[in-house]
Design a protein around this ligand. Structure first.
Ligand code: ATP
Length: 503
């Protein structure tokens, strides 16, 4: 699993997807840059989300709020007082950890043990193996599950009650129970605020303390009435936004899974108080469908209901994805009640209410939120797509099976040889297709190597121009995933590609 993750990271770099930030200065931890392919994949994921959320919903509109916001925003939102991570230091190694992540890592180890039991049993039973039944009846698996659940429950309770001493005690107990990790010398658990501070204005006395926004959501809340009034929106309606957010994360060892500067895609759905349960279920289902529409394997997603609710929520769950390091949060769905709007009313002194013509009264709407990290989604796509395949002739190929709708380059146009007029015809095809798709023209090296290069970069189609093209205007089109080649008319290309890559 670790190996697979390392492969993903090095592949991302080798193929222009993700680079460490300011690498010539040895990088900056938990900050990354997107390269020539990465920027396209990221753009396509953003567009795929925007289309599903804004374009396809008559009652959802978008905004683009500023990263800087009035500092009182973060008082009202609770971030100044409650946006903390519990930290613990190891006195021997002088390393700093997130206490909750340490505990979760331990539970992940238990889950790893469950996976091993499943693998063993499936080998033993062969075709007769029934995974569902095994997982729900095998005593050892049940024991691991029960233990993991109990640990997380206790963690949730302690954090909720701010019983940091118990979090420390839990860590120490787990260390003893898990000898391979070795007993460590811990400090007490302390809370640490994750917001980055900065200053607005030049002179020292007039400068104003600001924060870089730790989430995009508040830009939506403070604009709630602007959008509702100017867009004549009727409840229920949604406001969507994508943009950068900043958190001074402590655990910085999971590539683009946890970054200090990252991008969120958030949607706040404003509803009538009392209907939150119904909308919570609706958005859970709708968001899972969106994920499944990409065809990355339904078994790779699961819901995780929160034991510990954030200060603003009355119900919350995550959609978790099976990353190379196990199931982890990809998206959050939160029933935020009127927490945010009511607090902004309180701190700003401005009314943030909706007049409901059906009820003939005004009220502060409740909010249902869907919040997904664009970079995390990127990592989900990349890690799920990267495969080493054994071919029939005994060789292997590395292929990036990115869903075609998200692929950075949709087709590569390849002249079989660099002579006889083939490059000219290939260029012409590329020049024609580029009006509709991102395409690549490549004439270097033998065609087999070019196919491999495009496979590894994630390009779903290779179009090869050969001598027969000159006679009858046909080319071969090769599919990345099946490696099947078909001869088609040049005029058909646009339609064939469209069918697979259109969102
Ligand atoms: P985590 O528990 O992993 O820190 P969170 O519960 O704090 O995440 P939210 O505040 O709910 O996350 O943010 C919504 C989404 O934003 C998350 O589901 C995740 O996809 C993304 N996200 C949050 N923090 C980061 C980060 N540091 N780097 C990349 N993506 C992030």
């Amino acid at each position: 699993q670790d190996d697979q993750f390392k492969k993903v990271i090095s592949h991302a770099k080798e193929y222009g997807y993700v680079f460490p930030s300011s690498e010539i200065y040895d990088g900056l931890s938990a900050v990354y840059d997107y390269g020539q392919n990465g920027v396209e994949l990221k753009k396509n994921i953003r567009e795929y989300w925007w289309k599903a959320m804004v374009q396809m919903h008559e009652n959802i509109v978008g905004i683009d709020a500023a990263i800087f916001m009035h500092p009182t925003t973060w008082k009202a939102s609770g971030h100044v007082d409650a946006f903390n991570d519990p930290l613990i230091d190891n006195k021997d190694s002088k390393k700093r950890y997130r206490a909750d992540v340490l505990v979760e890592d331990y539970v992940a180890k238990l889950e790893g043990k469950i996976d091993k039991e499943i693998q063993k049993a499936s080998k033993r039973f062969g075709d007769a193996f029934d995974k569902e039944q095994f997982v729900s009846t095998n005593p050892r698996v049940l024991q691991y599950k029960e233990k993991g659940d109990a640990i997380l429950k206790r963690l949730g309770k302690s954090l909720e009650n701010e019983d940091l001493a118990d979090v420390k005690a839990l860590i120490e107990e787990l260390e003893i129970a898990c000898p391979e990790s070795g007993s460590k010398n811990w400090t007490d658990v302390k809370q640490f605020n994750l917001m980055f501070g900065t200053k607005l204005g030049a002179s020292a006395d007039s400068a104003m303390d600001l924060y870089l926004r730790p989430e995009t959501a508040q830009g939506i809340f403070v604009n709630f009435l602007n959008v509702q009034k100017t867009g004549r929106m009727k409840i229920p309606f949604g406001i969507a936004q994508t943009g950068k957010a900043f958190r001074n994360e402590i655990v910085a060892r999971q590539f683009i899974f946890r970054m200090r500067e990252f991008e969120q895609m958030e949607m706040q759905y404003f509803i009538k108080p009392g209907t939150q349960k119904e909308w919570y279920d609706y958005w859970k289902e709708t968001r899972l469908k969106w994920h499944n529409s990409l065809g990355m394997g339904e078994e790779n997603y699961r819901f995780h209901d929160h034991e510990k609710l954030a200060h603003y929520a009355d119900a919350a769950c995550d959609i978790e994805f099976k990353f190379p390091f196990g199931f982890k949060e990809l998206e959050g769905i939160h029933s935020r009640t009127d927490f945010d709007l009511a607090n902004h009313e309180k701190y700003s002194g401005k009314k943030l209410q909706y007049f409901d013509p059906e009820e003939n009264k005004s009220y502060v709407p409740y909010v249902l939120e869907t919040s997904i990290g664009l970079d995390r989604m990127f990592l989900a796509v990349l890690s799920n797509s990267l495969q080493d395949e054994e071919l029939e002739n005994g060789t292997t190929r590395t292929v990036l099976k990115i869903p075609a709708v998200l692929a950075p380059t949709k087709a590569a146009i390849l002249p079989l040889v660099k002579k006889d007029g083939l490059p000219e015809v290939a260029r012409k095809i590329a020049d024609d297709l580029k009006w509709d798709f991102n395409v690549d023209y490549d004439e270097k090296d033998a065609v087999g190597r070019r196919y491999r290069r495009q496979d590894a970069a994630g390009t779903p189609f290779c179009i090869t121009v050969d001598h027969e093209t000159l006679e009858n205007n046909t080319v071969t089109i090769r599919h990345r995933d099946t490696m099947e080649q078909k001869r088609v008319q040049i005029e058909e290309l646009r339609e064939i590609i469209k069918q697979e890559v259109d969102m």
